[in-house]
Design a binder for this molecule. Sequence first.
Ligand SMILES: *Cc1c(COP(=O)(O)O)cnc(C)c1O
Length: 370
Amino acid sequence: MGEQEKKYVEEAFQTNWVAPLGPNVDIFEKQLSEYLGLKGAVSLSSGTAALHLALLALDVQKDDVVLCQSFTFAASAFPITYCGAEPVFIDSEMDTWNMDPELLRMALQEMKDKGKKVKAIIVVHLYGMPAKMDEILDIASAYGVPVIEDAAEALGSRYNDRNCGAMGKISILSFNGNKIITTSGGGALVSNDEGSLKFARHISAQAKEPVPYYLHHQIGYNYRMSNICAGIGRGQMEVLADRIEVRRSHFETYKNKLSDIKGISFLEEPVGFFSNRWLTTMILDEEVFVNDAVEAMRQALETKNIETRALWKPLHQQPVFDSCRSFLNGASDKLYKTGICLPSGSNMSKETLEMVIDEIKQVLSNLTKA
Ligand SMILES: *Cc1c(COP(=O)(O)O)cnc(C)c1O
């Protein structure tokens, strides 16, 4: 937390605005839409809820197809199934680790040939790195399919002077506890499309019609963010720029201090890409390190009380999505096998970071092939 969050939450108590609407909600939504340069933002109970509403706003229905990046957290795809639609997974390219535009083109063509209706494409900016949006948006528009940006991990990231979260037809953000800024739990749907914003605002508040009794023409959801949580978000928006600076500096420090180890690499920003570096990730070359080096490294660091994690297990590898079609090139399988997330918290001190780096060096020296 920064300095102001408590003040805004206390304001909510003092004014008795302890509801899923109120001044903090209005201000937080305004901060978000202004930051992204968009017409509006609807703050919600989670990023997952935001994605569900984004799909509903695009009229995703039973048996429709939604194309989704495979290399991501499962919440990028779960809401597709809430709509009764069919997720089809698209693998990544190695420059950004996000949706491969060429595989996307193949998938769109195959679905078209088979007469399947593709209602939306969910692109993720994983770990804060923007996807190749120009290519993706061009291909999507050639097939007339809207793009949803899952910018849950990428608030503050930029792509050729455009904001992540401001390029698709609809975008979603997450303010879960682990994200770059948090409302303890929450999310938002952001867009320039007035229709989608209006729809999300209505449906997220139980689809209650504006009449003095309870009238519903549509199925609603209870997905709004409370004025308490929005108070936290309001304070967090004031420190977002600092958080990005800190996370980027963690990345630079890891890279500078570890890069001379043989077999280690980091994901660089291609020209025109700016990542918020939500998490610093590192790749261990299979030629240099022993089998299952990532898990061995994780376990060794855990004994030092240092938490690391494997990268997201691709969705096409998840048992729950066994029956889904996917378009693969081996990229996410390889990333999952060789990549690791390093401690990246905004509150990590310089001393802690130095200690972590020393331990990583130690551990890696024991994991190189003989
Ligand atoms: C966190 C996350 C979500 C879900 O957000 P919640 O607020 O936790 O529901 C969706 N997609 C990605 C890529 C995420 O990292």
